[in-house]
Every structure is written in C-alpha cells, then in structure tokens.
Write a protein that binds this ligand. Structure first.
Ligand code: AMP
Length: 219
C-alpha cells in the first residue's frame, strides 16, 4: 500500500500513520522525524534544515526530495509506505510521482485529515515531546507522567515543547500549509486519489474511518 497523509501540522497524521504502519507492516516515513534526527546529530543536512524548521518554514524541496529518494531504496519500503509530512509542495508531489514511476510504483491513496485551525492551535501549543524517543504527550488530554519517566522509552527525561510548537510559529506553519501544501488536495483529487477524513474526532474514530476507506480499496 502506497499512502500519503496530508493535513495541517497537528492534524493527527503521525498518530494515525504509526497505527497503520504496525497494522499493515509497512514503514511510516516522516520527513519531520528524519530532519529532527539530522538536526540532533548536527549533520550538514541538519545544520541546513534547522533554521527553516525553527521558524516554521519549509526546508528546500531538493533537500527533502533527496531524502525520500534515498529512503525508498531501503528494502522495508518494498511492500509499501505511509508518508507522513511528505509531499508538502506541488514540486515535491511532482518529483515524487517521477521517482515512483522510475521504480514502477505509484501513490495509491491520499488521506487528508480535516481539522479546524482553532483546534490545531490548541493541540500543538499544548504538545510536549520526549527528547529520547519523540513520544508525544498533550498537556490537556494525555499529560506527560509526573514521575518524568516516558511511557515510550522508559527513561527519565525532561519533556519539552518543540521550538516550532510555540504559538506564533504554529500560526505561521498553518499559513505555510495553506499556501504551499493545501494545493496538493487539488493535485491528487484530479488523479482520483484524494479522500477527506474528519480529523477532529477521537483518535479511535478517525482510525476506524481510515480503516474502512482502506478496506473498501482492497475489495
Ligand atoms: P513535521 O514534524 O512534519 O511538522 O515537520 C517539522 C518541520 O520539518 C516542518 O515545519 C518543516 O520545516 C520541515 N519539514 C518536514 N517535512 C517537510 C517537507 N516535506 N518539506 C519541507 N519541509 C519539511
């Protein structure tokens, strides 16, 4: 299965992708996670990406396209993939189609998680992350354990707020989404691949809806 998630940052792409990755035994490919790892390792890629990421801007297309082209050479992608945060521009989508065409693959379905701006702002500014394993908590409905021991990696850590989850940056990231990423909906709709999902419902409800869509596809 070759699947893409699109939606505002904080719309639940990562959460749903990680569930489906396990269910279908295919990798979740998050360009945000790959970039954050590069930043933590202070690799040349990380150094180049950090400024754009902290400001809530997109990293240049050629950088992320190169990353994805590399990632698709790994054997775990043979049975499919779940793209979480890629593509994010029309240029990336066109290049992605070209890369996939070369290896006789194609995007099968694009799920767009629909969530209001107000809800995104609330979700992201209350998000806290484990510095060890990137497990995500939410101060309102899933607070980090007071013991400081992360449920994801069992380490004692200081949960932190991502630089790009601060209010002004979140607002900017939503503007960037509207300008550069939302046009992808039309791009994939024209290919007959777009499905909209109400992402404001509970994690379980959204998951059920997605599984229903995917089961329908396989029939
Ligand atoms: P995310 O965790 O997906 O919200 O990504 C965090 C940040 O990484 C984004 O705000 C961008 O700066 C950068 N990023 C992630 N994916 C992409 C992409 N496909 N194209 C450009 N920049 C990206």
């Amino acid at each position: 299965m070759e699947l893409i998630f699109i939606g505002y940052p904080g719309s639940g792409k990562g959460t749903q992708a990680s569930y489906l990755a396990e269910k279908f035994a295919i990798p979740q490919i998050s360009t945000g996670d790959i970039l954050r790892r590069a930043v933590a390792e202070q690799s040349p890629l990380g150094v180049e990406a950090k400024k754009a990421m902290d400001a809530g801007e997109l990293v240049p297309d050629r950088v992320v396209i190169g990353m994805i082209e590399n990632r698709l050479t790994e054997p775990d992608t043979k049975m499919g993939f779940l793209m979480d945060g890629f593509p994010r521009t029309i240029k990336q989508a066109q290049e992605f189609d070209r890369i996939l065409h070369k290896i006789h693959r194609r995007v099968k379905i694009v799920l767009s998680l629909e969530v209001s701006k107000k809800r995104i702002l609330m979700r992201l500014t209350s998000r806290r992350t484990c510095p060890g394993c990137n497990h995500i908590y939410n101060l309102i409905y899933d607070p980090p354990p007071q013991s400081g021991v992360c449920v994801g990696c069992n380490q004692t850590v200081s949960f932190y707020q991502r630089e790009d989850d601060r209010e002004e940056t979140v607002k900017h990231r939503m503007d960037v989404y509207e300008e550069q990423t939302r046009p992808l909906k039309e791009y994939y709709d024209a290919q007959g691949k777009l499905k909209e999902v109400d992402g404001s419902l509970s994690i379980e409800k959204v998951r059920e809806h997605i599984v229903k869509i995917l089961t329908g596809l396989e029939r």
